[in-house]
Design a binder for this molecule. Structure first.
Ligand SMILES: Nc1ncnc2c1ncn2[C@@H]1O[C@H](COP(=O)(O)OP(=O)(O)O)[C@@H](O)[C@H]1O
Ligand SMILES: Nc1ccn([C@@H]2O[C@H](COP(=O)(O)OP(=O)(O)O)[C@@H](O)[C@H]2O)c(=O)n1
Ligand SMILES: [Mg+2]
Length: 238
């Protein structure tokens, strides 16, 4: 069950251009309740003193996660951690893990969670900012559980960019960043992995009332206008 099916999401992400005034008021109040919950104080290896405020950013390959994260950072002062980017940096470092990771990425497979969470943890620990956008993670239940166990934190909220497969394929093939996995064969494998593994994660956060499903079709700016109210409602709270 999506949040969209409930009052909040239908208000935030409805295609209606001008929500009614009282609807906007209701939305603001609810968004405040959901998004501005007490920041999580890390209880795992991350300092207990650090107030963590975590948003997971999910969606298939090419759904626009990275593009929208850049806009959120610019407007709302988050630190962006892309799981895929951290894995690519690990490959570039020529470490032992890097060799394993390269093989997995070429095949469109999900890298063992402890490797990915180790990289996320290192970044989170070395960052003064406690507000994190974690992009492309968790991609499956194993990722989700490993994060909870190793970091000792849960996300405050989860964005899910909902995009049709044909649009994702088109965008990835046009991405032109020289990635080893942005070719049609690997994309098809990644889409299969995505279809097989993302739903339980989405469902888990939906049941917790933390999921915000966003229609990922439109221009980058149009999509950001669907994202903005979610963060704007909370600006100044952290
Ligand atoms: N709304 C959009 N419409 C068309 N192209 C987009 C849109 N958002 C992002 N793109 C482009 O699609 C490609 C994939 O976007 P990206 O943000 O890297 O997605 P993801 O991180 O989900 O794989 C990039 O080349 C990006 O410039
Ligand atoms: N949590 C994650 C994130 C990415 N990855 C790997 O890294 C690849 C690229 O991830 P990405 O998030 O940069 O890809 P996009 O969705 O941005 O296209 C994935 O296809 C996986 O092989 C992973 O194994 N586990
Ligand atoms: Mg990306």
């Amino acid at each position: 069950m999506w949040r969209r099916a409930t009052s909040l999401s239908s208000l935030i992400f409805s295609s209606s251009r001008r929500p009614l005034r009282d609807q906007q008021g209701a939305y603001s109040l609810k968004a405040w309740e959901f998004f501005c919950a007490e920041p999580f104080k890390g209880e795992g290896c991350l300092s207990k003193e650090k107030n963590l405020f975590i948003t997971f950013v999910l969606g298939g390959p090419g759904s626009g996660k990275g593009t929208q994260c850049a806009k959120i950072v610019e407007n709302f002062g988050y630190t962006h951690l892309s799981a895929g980017e951290l894995l690519r940096q690990e490959i570039a470092s020529n470490s032992e893990d890097g060799a394993v990771i390269l093989d997995m990425i070429k095949e469109g497979k999900i890298v063992p969670s402890e490797m990915t969470v180790k990289l996320l943890k290192k970044e989170m620990e070395s960052c003064d900012n406690g507000k994190f956008l974690i992009d492309g993670f968790p991609r499956n239940e194993e990722n989700r559980i490993a994060f909870e166990q190793i970091i000792g934190a849960e996300p405050n909220s989860v964005l899910f960019f909902d995009c049709p497969e044909e649009e994702m394929i088109k965008r990835v093939l046009n991405r032109n960043e020289g990635r080893v996995d942005d070719n049609i064969d690997t994309i098809r494998k990644r889409l299969k992995v995505f279809a097989a593994s993302h739903y339980p994660v989405i469902e888990y956060y939906s049941k917790k009332g933390k999921l915000y499903k966003i229609d990922a079709i439109g221009t980058e700016d149009e999509i950001f206008e669907r994202v903005r109210p979610v963060f704007a409602a909370c600006k100044g709270a952290h």
